[in-house]
Design a protein around this ligand. Sequence first.
Ligand code: ZN
Length: 258
Amino acid sequence: MHRFRIFLVFFTLPLLAAIGGMLMVAFADEIPWGYADDKGPARWGRLSPEFALCEEGLAQSPIDIRDAVETDLVAINFHYGETANNIFNNGHTIQVAIDAGSYIVYNGIRYDLLQFHFHAPSEHTIAGEAAALEIHFVHQDRNSGNLAVIGILLTAGDGEAGSAAYAPIFDNLPAQVGEPAAAGEALALETLLPASRGYYTYQGSLTTPPCSEVVRWLLLDSPLALSTEQIAAFRAIYDANARPTLPLGQRDLLRARR
Ligand SMILES: [Zn+2]
């Protein structure tokens, strides 16, 4: 009996500690935040100590793109394959999870493509002007954990090539949060990019809590046109999931010389 009690102490205490730790992590992931009122961007930094950078950070994103310094920059090398259309509504945006194997190489570092998602209106602005939507292709360096995010501005127009490539996504937008993934057709990721790959770049942050300052931003300087109907379909679900711009401060904003 005594031995059994010792067994209980030795095995249940670490187990309880582990469960407690998992609960705390789960709880931290569930701190509610949004885009309006007392849960909105101006309040993010005060919702949790883990979100402090949202208020105190000096390298935050998005920014207004203006007065970029033109310079010689390396090309972004895309190695995009196919992925199943794993589309879901996570309560903050519509997101597509990417099957392993697609990546970019930038400045000699490989960044694996993890997911892409949308914001309406665009988060980055060009000389104060927002576009209808912005897409973020989120990549991660598996060694450092740092991110490289490709941003593309999406405008309403007659871009038939763009709208056809995006049709499998915009025809299957899940309106309900947590709705099971729609079984859309496979996506050829390369076709989701504009033909021109010039870009702006600066060092910044996640545009959502916890606003971690680990992102090499690569904002393509050619917008992509979607149909008016496609943009309306997204904005019927999310019409205001964009963080306002933050100051560039002491950071460099560069543009690849053509
Ligand atoms: Zn984003």
